[in-house]
Design a protein around this ligand. Structure first.
Ligand SMILES: [Zn+2]
Ligand SMILES: [Zn+2]
Length: 170
């Protein structure tokens, strides 16, 4: 039987003025990052940690340019873009964040799943909410599909655009 896990990953702040409690959102990705780094013996440097913290606190996808601005605000010094891209690449490689290709933006992930695990993003075009979901059935189907084609996937990220439950009934 297929299991489906869904978690609320991001919600545009303007859509829900009451959507506070950033501390709660922050604990997921950061806790996952700390555990992963412990288990794999990875050093979460200050700049990588700062980028992850900003994404986790934001709770919505951020572009690299916005990230550079945020780091500049946090440290009082505008960082070199290459240092931000390096930090983003590291976090991507370790599945601590995801990249939304359709928006060219990054999103923190607090699920602690593997780098190669398939991820489906349900993206609301009205309020900007992004929900991360996955399913075991999908994992199996994708493995069969790529094996049949003798294809070696680097990433398995799907993006589905549409309307969330709230916006669909509004
Ligand atoms: Zn994820
Ligand atoms: Zn919506």
């Amino acid at each position: 039987m297929a299991t489906m896990t869904i978690s609320r990953e991001a919600r545009r702040k303007t859509a829900r003025p009451s959507g506070k409690a950033p501390a709660q959102r922050q604990s997921g990705p950061l806790a996952a990052a700390q555990e992963l780094c412990r288990n794999k013996g990875i050093a979460l440097t200050e700049s990588r940690r700062r980028v992850l913290e900003i994404l986790a606190a934001e709770g919505r996808p951020l572009g690299a340019y916005e990230m550079i601005e945020r780091v500049g605000q946090a440290t009082g010094k505008r960082p070199a873009p290459i240092s931000i891209y390096r930090a983003l690449d590291f976090l991507l490689e370790n599945a601590l964040i995801h990249r939304l290709a359709s928006r060219n933006a990054y999103l923190a992930c607090g699920h602690g799943h593997g780098h190669a695990d398939p991820v489906v993003f349900l993206i609301c075009e009205i309020c900007g909410e992004v929900v991360e979901a996955t399913s075991q059935a999908l994992t199996g189907d994708l493995a069969a599909l790529t094996e049949k084609s003798h294809f070696s996937p680097r990433a398995r990220v799907m993006e589905i655009a549409g309307r969330c439950r709230v916006c669909a009934t509004a």
